[in-house]
Design a protein around this ligand. Structure first.
Ligand SMILES: [Zn+2]
Length: 267
């Protein structure tokens, strides 16, 4: 785990390299600091953040996946979109965390259960979170999960996008992922909320990314939607299959199951 100073009050906290790298972001205001996600493996994250800022910390989650909530037990104030509350309870359970590591659980992680009773505070679309002299805005972007959000800091032309746009692919094949159509709508909304000179800070891999990456994912999603239309034309009752597939266009890659393309299954 190391911290890269993005500016004097903002840090990229990262572990690993390449595909398996995981990023959290620490944004300090005058009154409090926002920690965007808490990683996967057991770490002394609270002590680490305390070495960077003395402000009280509110954890804001981009979504509820296991690799974004791993050190939540060290923090009291936790915010998440309500559509990921059930996902959070599942991914913070001991059974799920054991299975995730396929029989080789991270022993340290197993010793530190996430508090299943923690009172999660709901994030809502358009919500402004005031850190004191510094504000971030919540924008809903269902796709990778139903409760995924991005956090926009307009003053710095920065957006924290979680797993919505990543250098090495976006995973859309999970049961908790939306249809490709909904994901594309979220990308379009996100793009219209920012200007071309914004920087995107994702949850994994290369950071920052340019806004062009959003356009690349929109184009990739468009091709998948067209593919779904073609399947539906040939067989109007096709419900799709749950086998994971990948589609690439330009620099974007999206994993999906063909059931995510079918109108009858769209959510
Ligand atoms: Zn995720």
């Amino acid at each position: 785990m190391n911290a890269k100073e993005l500016d004097k009050d903002t840090w990229l906290i990262t572990r690993g390299e390449g595909q398996g790298s995981t990023h959290n972001y620490l944004l300090a205001g005058e009154d409090k600091a926002a920690l965007l996600d808490t990683g996967l493996k057991a770490e002394e994250l609270r002590d680490f953040t305390a070495s960077l800022t003395d402000k009280p910390i509110v954890v804001i989650h981009t979504h509820g996946h296991i690799d974004h909530i791993g050190n939540d037990q060290q923090f009291e104030e936790i915010m998440l979109h309500p559509k990921d509350f059930d996902l959070y309870r599942l991914h913070s359970s001991a059974d799920f965390r054991r299975d995730f590591f396929k029989g080789k659980p991270d022993e340290e992680l197993m010793k530190r259960p996430i508090n299943q009773e923690v009172q999660l505070q709901p994030l809502t679309d358009g919500m402004i979170i005031d850190l004191g002299g510094r504000v971030i805005k919540v924008i809903e972007n269902p796709g990778h999960t139903h409760g995924s959000v991005s956090l926009i800091e307009e003053a710095k032309k920065t957006i924290y996008t979680g797993d919505m746009v990543c250098e090495m692919g976006v995973l859309m094949h999970f049961p908790e992922s939306t249809s490709i159509e909904t994901y594309k709508q979220s990308l379009t909304n996100l793009r219209s909320a920012i200007t071309a000179d914004y920087q995107l800070y994702p949850g994994h891999q290369q950071a920052p990314l340019s806004v062009e990456w959003i356009d690349a994912y929109i184009a990739c999603a468009d091709e998948l939607i067209e593919l779904g239309n073609q399947i539906a034309k040939k067989n109007p009752v096709d419900k799709g299959i749950a086998e994971v597939q990948f589609h690439s266009k330009g620099k974007a890659t999206i994993s999906y199951t063909s059931e995510k393309l079918m109108k009858s299954r769209r959510t």
